[in-house]
Ligand binder design. Sequence first.
Ligand SMILES: [Fe+2]
Ligand SMILES: [Fe+2]
Length: 464
Amino acid sequence: MKLLRISIISISLFIVYFIVNCEFSDKKIIEDVGNNSTTDIQQIQESEIVDVNEPTSWTTDPKKNVKYLHITWQNDPATTLTFQWQSDFINVTKYKPKVWIVKSSLVKVEGGKVFMPYAKQFSYTGEGFLYVTHDVHGNNEKRAQYTVEVFGLEEDTEYYYRVGTFDDFDFSTKSFINPDFTEPKKIKTGLKVGNKKPFTVFSGGDSQSGITKLKSNMDWIKNISVDFWIFYGDLNEVGTQPEWDAYFDVMQPLFFNKVFMPVQGNHETVAELFYYQFALPKMPNLDESYKEHHWSFDYGVAHFVGLNSTTDATVKAANAFLEADLQKARSNKDIQWIIVMMHHPVYSACSTHGSTQRVIDNWVPIFEKYNVDLVLGGHDHNYERTYPIKNNTKVGVGEGVQYVVCSPFMSPKWYSAGKDWWTYKSKDGSDGCFGIIDIKPNELTYTAYAEDGVVVIDTFTLKK
Ligand SMILES: [Fe+2]
Ligand SMILES: [Fe+2]
């Protein structure tokens, strides 16, 4: 009898395990070849590191050329990085996506040429999944998205990396077999939670239809001196695959070197293409279908939250996550600042769209309960800074939540500014807008720039 009971429990547990794991396959992952377990590349022995014999070419199969690379965080910004790309080679069982990543202090740079050493701990293998680009224009192309998460990195440290694939590494000849790699690029890891070092963040949104302007300004955009980017939606106008291709192409010089954390806007019309192509944190207290729609991470003394504000359903779906997430962040003594971004403006006097009632009803009470410091959005392509707000009333500095709309970034679409009881300052969107957030333990300065990167539209400092 006892044995029978144990068997029934075992079978039940297996069924639950099976169901849970099936639910995780929504991204059509064809193959998961795993990662390097818990290897910490700081622990590597010097004898395991070899200088690599340079191949005649780093590209052996043009079909395997890396396209549309970008880097996000799915986990701790201090110790992980997630690299994603596509290539014309879409056999995901044969293509093993790899990231070869080495701390800068171990890399030799001679005559402008970068020589990265190799050790098996420096190579991470990820996975590929297939998707079909079905969209409003009837495009039905098969694509492979490759994702590699690198972990065990040192915080606040510069690394060189190449992404691509290779068949094997031959330690006897110190050479790669069939390497297909990008040029070496540099990326820096983030700060551990509680690290008090000051840092700077780019914030913006609404680059839709902005490919031409992004391209002509990329030389300085890629050099904006920030630690990472957050972007509140409307990256493209419709979000079809051809638009994404053009977008990722033009963003490459920036995306090689900066982590970019976006949320979905209403112009990400083909929403699944957004989620297929951006790997974002999978948070607790969210239904499986809303994983990656709403997320958060800690960076130094700040907690960042990204929310999908596009519909009543997406907003309601985040309530339990948001409550638990902000409760946890506010009870963490290492975190001074809570910064939230979403596509839609919470309070907006712009006549094109205006305030977002579903957010005021669902999320604002949670923001106020946990004293969120700054809420950023776009959608109304103009600039508007509110007074601090609590209980739907303007209050004194430090007594309520500070809301800012700053948009568009490089889009030719702009709207007129308005004024209402909550408006502290507003300006039409004709000059574009992006924000630079300078964060120190006791001081947060937000500066809104026109999209020429020179004219300051507005600036303010919050203190603790
Ligand atoms: Fe927009
Ligand atoms: Fe929008």
